[in-house]
Write a protein that binds this ligand. Structure first.
Ligand code: SF4
Length: 303
């Protein structure tokens, strides 16, 4: 059997926000086994075109906002963003195990370009004061230990609003423009923790690029191949003490689950996007327990 080396430090003592969301079962897409594959066995999910396009979009928007912060004109900023996104996308698809058909690669590249153009058009006055800021927050656990939560926000507005920019293949709102509450609940705590991290930094005297306020925003851009016009909508969230308690409870619970090794498979919505499906299926087959064995029933005719 293959041997694997564990990451240094106690498991779960330092978590990124995405790890918390992967482990804490109150989140819809959580699966402890997936965390175990990724963090204990250190397996890597194979890249796919959708993820590569998403990364190209993110890097393009970062370049766009960086160019605006540097005072470039609107056309210069957009061109810079397109170039950065194109390089990112081309490099990404070079690494695919199964090369994309040219037509498919072109469709993704056009989608990324249109998505960046939409962002530029819909948020023309957006010039943040900080880009890609690292946030870290230490949470005390019930046994007196601590867990450090790490994350990186996309940008911070001059008024202190922390913004998470998301590219989504699905609209996160209905025909009447009402937001998908389940989706918001799934993602809200990420921004709560960024706010808490900034608040803690300010209390320690760390200079902040903008006022620390309990407020954040999602800029969600819907785009997929075949959608003629990408759409962008923004949602502002205000945080209160209930948000703080819930987000901290999620971190503590994720830490306890990892510490106790309760990393169960959780077949469900997360499987649709999981890069470990083949491995997970193999492990289930290898385990081989029949239903009767699992529940302690004797086979008919057995003595
Ligand atoms: S395939 Fe599903 S159950 Fe298995 S690790 Fe992935 S998300 Fe979890």
């Amino acid at each position: 059997m293959a041997r694997y080396s564990r990451p240094s430090g106690p498991l779960g003592s330092s978590l990124s926000w995405s790890q918390v969301a992967m482990v804490e079962p109150s989140y819809k897409f959580a699966c402890g086994r997936k965390w175990g594959y990724s963090r204990i066995l250190q397996l890597r999910e194979p890249p796919n075109a959708r993820l590569i396009a998403g990364r190209a979009y993110d890097e393009g928007v970062n370049a766009l906002l960086g160019a605006r912060m540097a005072g470039l004109s609107a056309p210069e900023a957009l061109n810079t963003a397109w170039k950065v996104a194109a390089v990112s996308f081309d490099q990404g698809i070079e690494g695919l195990q199964e090369p994309l058909e040219k037509e498919q690669a072109d469709s993704y590249a056009v989608m990324v370009e249109a998505a960046i153009a939409c962002f530029h058009r819909e948020l023309p006055a957006l010039v943040p004061v900080a880009l890609q800021s690292d946030h870290a927050y230490t949470v005390r656990t019930a046994d007196g230990a601590s867990v450090s939560v790490r994350g990186r926000s996309d940008y911070i507005e001059p008024d202190g609003t922390i913004v998470e920019n998301k590219l989504s293949g699905l609209a996160r709102w209905n025909r009447d423009g009402e937001w998908d509450e389940a989706w918001i609940a799934e993602h809200r705590d990420q921004l709560v923790l960024y706010w808490l991290a900034r608040r803690a930094e300010e209390r320690r005297g760390v200079a902040q690029p903008a006022p620390v306020v309990p407020r954040a925003r999602f800029d969600v851009l819907q785009a997929h191949i075949g959608l003629k016009e990408p759409k962008l909508r923004s949602l502002v969230l205000e945080f209160d003490v209930a948000d703080e308690h819930r987000a901290l409870a999620a971190v503590r619970n994720a830490n306890a689950i990892i510490r106790d090794g309760r990393l169960a498979a959780r077949p469900g919505p997360a499987c649709d996007w999981c890069g470990f499906r083949d491995r997970c299926r193999e492990d289930e087959l290898a385990r081989g327990a029949s239903f009767n064995d699992l529940v302690g029933l004797r086979k008919e005719g057995a003595a």
